[in-house]
Design a protein around this ligand. Structure first.
Ligand SMILES: Cc1cc2nc3c(=O)[nH]c(=O)nc-3n(C[C@H](O)[C@H](O)[C@H](O)COP(=O)(O)OP(=O)(O)OC[C@H]3O[C@@H](n4cnc5c(N)ncnc54)[C@H](O)[C@@H]3O)c2cc1C
Length: 345
């Protein structure tokens, strides 16, 4: 690990000012940051620890009118166990319960969770520095921070972890988190505070797809010094009838090979609203809009569910190692819809 300065700001404005300095990075639960710093993927000059910030809104989870607001510093376990989340947005609670381990969930925050990086093997390859020796001085930047995505060109090739949706020929890194799928499916708004003040954006705009990257290090649409402060999720009937299905190698402590965050609202025999977010299969948290469009306004049958699942993966690009994700992903969607249809009674 390279040496770094360590800050513990008490106010958000101090944190933003510190984070805006050259080479600074935010630190919340540290469950990803420490790993990536030890591996040399992240080499911050300054670490700005958010966990001492005193503003309670950063940790609060509350229903505000027809919106569920989750503070970005709320821990994963806090959100998973929250009564309002469990009742009004079960998909979010379930996605957090199925992520990582209890110890990690107690440490890790919601803001840090959505900002985690790919688990694809090449990204953390311990020999990367040797592989790119001589190029290390040209490491691309993330925000204003030296950042190790130079390794992508050195050792990358599709693995069984790689994405099948939203890829380019050169970039198949999969987004690994579980929580983000529910956020993207249910039109969540991200609150951000930075040197220019507060702003918000659709959660679906936060992560940068490979085809839209101006630089290889681009990952999230946050400027230097910007801190995610919260997430606002519109409360809808489909969110109240929602589920997270995660297919993985082990029943615990494993990332998704394919996952689906799905919500359903029925009016009689007709699909009034349906939301489908996919994980483990795409380069960013993925909204399967084609699948939603295929179902909305029609009946929910084995046939229509299968057709929707086909539509979700119509544009998939596979390699030998990850082709299994397409049938797996389709089955995860059908399983989630079938389960929800029974809940609807
Ligand atoms: C062994 C293991 C298994 C795991 N399994 C899963 C799993 O199954 N599913 C899953 O979803 N995750 C899993 N994780 C990932 C884990 O959930 C994340 O490490 C955690 O959520 C990150 O949160 P954190 O608060 O610790 O973030 P940190 O490690 O502190 O930060 C992570 C990133 O987020 C940035 N950041 C932090 N807070 C903010 C903020 N407020 N605004 C802007 N940027 C911010 C940091 O700069 C850093 O880039 C696993 C992790 C480990 C180590």
């Amino acid at each position: 690990m390279t040496p770094f300065a360590y800050d513990r700001p008490r106010t958000l404005s101090d944190a933003v000012a510190m984070a805006a300095e050259e080479g600074a990075m935010l630190y919340a639960g540290g469950t990803t940051m420490l790993d990536l710093m030890k591996l040399g993927v992240y080499r911050p000059k300054r670490v700005v620890d958010l966990t001492f910030l005193e503003d309670p809104a950063l940790r609060e989870i509350a229903v505000e009118g027809d919106t569920l607001r989750l503070g970005a510093l709320a821990t994963m376990s806090q959100a998973a166990e929250d009564a309002a989340v469990k009742e009004r947005a079960p998909v979010l609670s379930e996605s957090l319960w199925l992520a990582a381990t209890q110890q990690l969930r107690h440490m890790a925050t919601l803001g840090g969770n959505v900002m985690q990086r790919t688990r694809d093997t090449y990204f953390r390859h311990p020999d990367w520095l040797e592989l790119v020796e001589g190029e290390a001085a040209d490491v691309p930047t993330y925000g204003n921070t030296p950042y190790g995505d130079g390794r992508l060109t050195a050792v990358r090739q599709p693995t069984r972890l790689s994405a099948v949706l939203g890829t380019t020929e050169a970039d198949t890194a999969s987004y690994p988190g579980d929580f983000a799928q529910g956020l993207v499916a249910f039109d969540t708004v991200v609150e951000v505070v930075g040197p220019q003040g507060a702003r918000e954006m659709p959660f679906g705009d936060l992560h940068v797809r490979p085809a839209d990257k101006a630089n290889e290090g681009d990952y999230a649409r946050l400027d230097a010094g910007e801190v995610i402060t919260g997430f606002r999720v519109p409360l809808t009937p489909a969110l109240a009838r929602s589920i997270y299905i995660k297919a993985r190698d082990r029943e615990s402590y494993a990332f998704a090979n394919a996952s689906a965050a799905v919500g359903l609202e029925m009016e009689g025999g007709t699909v009034a609203d349906v939301r489908i977010g996919l994980g483990g299969v795409a380069t960013v948290p993925w909204r399967a809009r084609e699948a939603e469009d295929a179902l909305r306004g029609g009946p929910l049958t084995e046939e229509t569910m299968r057709a929707a699942a086909e539509a979700a993966f119509a544009d998939a690009v596979t390699h030998e190692a990850n082709a299994f994700k397409v049938p797996l992903g389709r089955n995860v969607i059908v399983h989630a819809l079938t389960t929800l249809s029974k809940l609807e009674g």
